[in-house]
Design a protein around this ligand. Structure first.
Ligand code: LLP
Length: 443
C-alpha cells in the first residue's frame, strides 16, 4: 500500500536566509507581519489533498461519488469556500458549522448534517436550508417525523448506524464500536427500516457510518464497507428508496516520523473497491458513494508559528523552552497525548541537536506542546514552527487563561491572505456582563 509520510506542507522549503518558507514566503516575514501564534495554511497542499480524493473516487468507484469535507476539523469561511471550489461537499455538526458552510456558498445538496443531539432549532435550520440530515437516534427521528410534514418538501435523510467495528486509535476518537454514543445499534435496524417505510413524510436515501479518526489500517474500513452494503441491501429489500452510502472519514496523517498512514488514493481505492465489490456480489446498483475526510484533507496543509520566550533548564533533567501559545491553540497534546514535529524556523538550515521540551504559556503543568524533541539551539526570540496543525487545532481552541485565539493566513505563490483575525482583548471581554451593582464598593 502506498504510504504517506508527508509532514511538511508541499511548498515548505528552506530559503537562502536559512529560514523556513511556505507558499513562497519566509515564515519570519509572516510572523513579523501577522504576529504569533499564527496558523499558516498552504493553499497548494489543501487543494492537492482535495483533488486526490476527487480523482481517486472517480478512478476507483464505478458509480457516482462525492467527497465531503468533515468541517469539524476546521470550519472557517475561507476553508469551506476553498473546498467548495474543489468540488467537495461539507459535513457539519452544529448550527454554527452549518452557517459557515452556507455562507461559504456550499450548495445545500452537498451539505450533510451530523450530530447525536441536534436541537430542534438546529433541525429546523437544517430543514429550512434543505440539507441532508444524518439521523442519529430515535429521538431525532421522531422529531423529524413531526417537523417534516410542516415543510413544503420531503426532508432527505441518511441513517447513521453503529457498525460494531473496532479500530486502533485513541479511545476518545473511536466511534464505530458498539458501545458508542453515535448512531443506531445494529439490533434496531429491522425496526428502524420498518418505521421509515411507514413515513411518507421522510425520504431516507441511505446509510452512514464512521468508525473513528487517525486510523492507519485499511481493513476496518473495508469491513465497514461490507457491513454497510449488507444493511443497504436489507433496506432496499424492505422497500426503502436507498441510493447513497456514506462511509465516513478517519484516514490518519503523519504527525511524526514513523507514522505510516496509507496515501489518500490507497485509502479510497481500498474503501471504494470494497463497496463496489460488495455491491456487485449482492447484485445491487452502485449507490452514490460518499466519504467525509477531515484530518487527511486539512492537517498537513497548516503549520503554527510561535515565538520562543522564556527558557528553563532543570539540571540533569531537561530544558524547557516556552512559546507564546500552547494548549489554547492546540489542545491535542494535552487531550490525546498527541505528538508533533517542530523546528526552529529561523534556523531551519542548522542541525537539530538540542534536546528540549516545548511548553505552552498556560497555567497548567500539562501544557506541553512537544516533549523531548531535537531542535536547533533555541533562544528567546526564535520562531518555532509546529507542523500538521490544520485539523482539530483552531477547531478545538479555547481562551483558557483569557488568551486570545491566533490569526490564520492562507499562503500561495508569495501572497498571504488573512482568513481569520487574531482575537483582541475586546473580543475576549465582549460577552461579559457587569451588573452595575458590582461597580464600586458596597454601601
Ligand atoms: N465523519 C464523522 C461523522 C466524524 O465524526 C468525523 C470525525 C469525521 C467524519 C472526520 O474524521 P477524520 O477524517 O478527521 O478522521 N478531535 C479529535 C478528532 C475527532 C474526530 C471527530 N469526528 C482529534 O483531534 O484527534
Amino acid at each position: 500500500m502506498a504510504p504517506n509520510q508527508q509532514i511538511r506542507p508541499l511548498t515548505a522549503c528552506v530559503n537562502a536566509q536559512g529560514h523556513l518558507a511556505i507558499g513562497g514566503i519566509d515564515t519570519v516575514t509572516l510572523a513579523g507581519q501577522w504576529g504569533t501564534p499564527l496558523y499558516v495554511v498552504d493553499e497548494l497542499t489543501l487543494r492537492t489533498a482535495c483533488r486526490e480524493y476527487v480523482q481517486a473516487l472517480a478512478t476507483a468507484y464505478p458509480g457516482a461519488a462525492l467527497a465531503i469535507y468533515a468541517s469539524k476539523a476546521w470550519n472557517i469561511l475561507a476553508l469551506c469556500a476553498l473546498v467548495r471550489q474543489e468540488g467537495l461537499g461539507i459535513d457539519v455538526v452544529s448550527a454554527g458549522e452549518l452557517a459557515g458552510a452556507l455562507q461559504a456558498g456550499v450548495a445545500a445538496d452537498k451539505i450533510y448534517f451530523h450530530g447525536n443531539n441536534k436541537s430542534e432549532a438546529e433541525l429546523t435550520l437544517a430543514l429550512t436550508a434543505g440539507v441532508t440530515i444524518v439521523v442519529d437516534n430515535w429521538f431525532e427521528l421522531k422529531t423529524l417525523a413531526r417537523l417534516g410534514p410542516q415543510l413544503s418538501y420531503i426532508p432527505r435523510l441518511l441513517v447513521r448506524v453503529t457498525p460494531g467495528i473496532e479500530c486502533h486509535t485513541h479511545e476518545y476518537i473511536q466511534t464505530g464500536h458498539l458501545d458508542s454514543k453515535f448512531g443506531f445499534d445494529p439490533n434496531e435496524i429491522g425496526d428502524l427500516f420498518s418505521y421509515l417505510v411507514d413515513q411518507p413524510g421522510l425520504h431516507c436515501v441511505g446509510l452512514h457510518a464512521h468508525i473513528g479518526s487517525q486510523i492507519f489500517e485499511l481493513q476496518p474500513h473495508q469491513d465497514l464497507a461490507q457491513v454497510l452494503v449488507d444493511l443497504y441491501a436489507k433496506g432496499l429489500h424492505q422497500g426503502l428508496p436507498f441510493c447513497e452510502l456514506n462511509v465516513g472519514g478517519g484516514l490518519g496523517v503523519c504527525y511524526v516520523a514513523g507514522d505510516d498512514p496509507p496515501a489518500i488514493a490507497a485509502w479510497v481505492e481500498a474503501v471504494a473497491g470494497s463497496v463496489a465489490r460488495a455491491c456487485a456480489r449482492a447484485g445491487l446498483d452502485y449507490p452514490k458513494l460518499i466519504c467525509e475526510p477531515g484530518r487527511s484533507l486539512i492537517a498537513n496543509s497548516c503549520l503554527t508559528l510561535y515565538q520562543v520566550g522564556s527558557t528553563k533548564t532543570v539540571p540533569g533533567v531537561r530544558t524547557y523552552i516556552a512559546v507564546d501559545g500552547g494548549m489554547s491553540d492546540n489542545p491535542r497534546p494535552i487531550t490525546y497525548g498527541a505528538r508533533y514535529t517542530a523546528l526552529i524556523a529561523n534556523k531551519a538550515d542548522q542541525a537539530a541537536d538540542q534536546l528540549v521540551t516545548v511548553a505552552g504559556k498556560h497555567c497548567e503543568s500539562g501544557d506541553i506542546l512537544l516533549k523531548d524533541v531535537l531542535l536547533a539551539q533555541p533562544e528567546s526570540g526564535d520562531l518555532l514552527t509546529v507542523f500538521t496543525t490544520g485539523a482539530y487545532n483552531y477547531a478545538m481552541a479555547s481562551n483558557y487563561n483569557r488568551v486570545p485565539r491566533p490569526a490564520a493566513v492562507l499562503v500561495n505563490e508569495g501572497e498571504a491572505s488573512l482568513i481569520l483575525q487574531r482575537e483582541t482583548t475586546a473580543d475576549l471581554l465582549r460577552q461579559d456582563c457587569l451588573p452595575p451593582r458590582l461597580m464600586g464598593m458596597p454601601e
